[in-house]
Design a binder for this molecule. Sequence first.
Ligand SMILES: C[S@@+](CC[C@H](N)C(=O)[O-])C[C@H]1O[C@@H](n2cnc3c(N)ncnc32)[C@H](O)[C@@H]1O
Length: 420
Amino acid sequence: MSDQPDADQTAFAPPTGKPLNRKQRRAALQTGRKTEVGTTTPKPTSRTAARGMARGVALDVLRRIENDGAYANLVLGPMLAASDLSEQDRKFATELVYGSTRMRRACDAIIDRFANQPPDDQTRSILRLGVYQLVFAGVPAHAAVSATVDLSPTKTRGFINAVLRRVADFDVADMVWPSDAARLSYPEWIADALAADLGDESIAALEKMNEPPTVSARDDGYVQDISSQWVAYAVEARAGERILDMCSAPGGKATAMAHTGASVVAADRQEHRAALVAENVQRLELDLPVLVADGTRPPFRPETFDAVLLDAPCSGLGSLRRRADARWRIEPNDVRELARLQAQLLTSAAALVGDGGRLIYSVCTLIDAESVDHTTPEGFVVDDTEPPSGRWRRHQQGWRVLPHDADTDGMVMIRYRRVS
Ligand SMILES: C[S@@+](CC[C@H](N)C(=O)[O-])C[C@H]1O[C@@H](n2cnc3c(N)ncnc32)[C@H](O)[C@@H]1O
């Protein structure tokens, strides 16, 4: 048996969405550079075979996402569960699926640079998987090329092998990208929209949203992004107060607020999502009524609550790292429609706040049209006191946290107080 370590057991760099630098690429290429695929690749071992299976699962999932419009998180889980992959190989398959989905546009630009004819959809999916491993994931070249070629149908093997070998011999630092959006793998309109509202900081935000999200758990075990926890604190709920979380599913902020001893009511328009809140409430053993209610026609008397949290449905353009395929689904018109719905919800939420009470508006997007462009509800003023915790930066009449400030989702929040 070869002394060479099984290629796929060598470090698989945690994907950052950034192409590897020269030194990293040289290290990854050392074992495979200028070899004929199949001649210097280590003999298949059970590890190599397992990694091959992981790549096969990843490719199946990618095809479902790319060709059938399936949701990445919904397809991946069942397909992994149906496989015999080990925990480690599931992680590898997951990283390949999410990474190549995120970096799809950047991978395509590289494929198009080296393919002498446009690949059909099936061939492109295989090439994306190979290019992602070579350029972004630090998989050694011989493993990335040969194992990806092994997934290919006979008739396209030669073509896929040739393209991937050219990519393996290329230093991506020399790539001439059509735009920053292509380099960072976003639709042009998303990069433009964030540039318009974040200025020079948009690139750092886009880069950060190419990284897998960090996992943070609260003291009660509920897994919730830190920036969402900061929004819940910003409501400043106190024992004895009546608080409404108008768009509450899956219940992260409602359950956080309930720990203060406030009487929190959680509502959501969608029944199946309200059920998720109820599950979380039960699991955390909280006393928190959950109801299905459309926030544009809320079933409460006016001025009933001491505080209302409107954590509004939004485009999610601050939390793209959480859903790898979201950037390819959302469209400019969605943002316009969501902004209209948010304005409606803001008006009806405001009507429920009692005298001197608080209205907290938050969204996990960084787009002004979905946040600071909304008009202050009648009878309210902006409360511009600094939120009690978090890395908030002032942004017009509100506050925002950018993804690269503290490795969290990006959020915008505006706090209002009823004065008449
Ligand atoms: C950003 S999520 C809320 C996240 C939640 N606050 C948490 O921290 O777990 C927005 C929610 O708004 C709900 N929603 C959308 N339109 C609504 C409406 N008209 N009335 C009430 N809820 C609505 C969606 O079903 C979704 O669950």
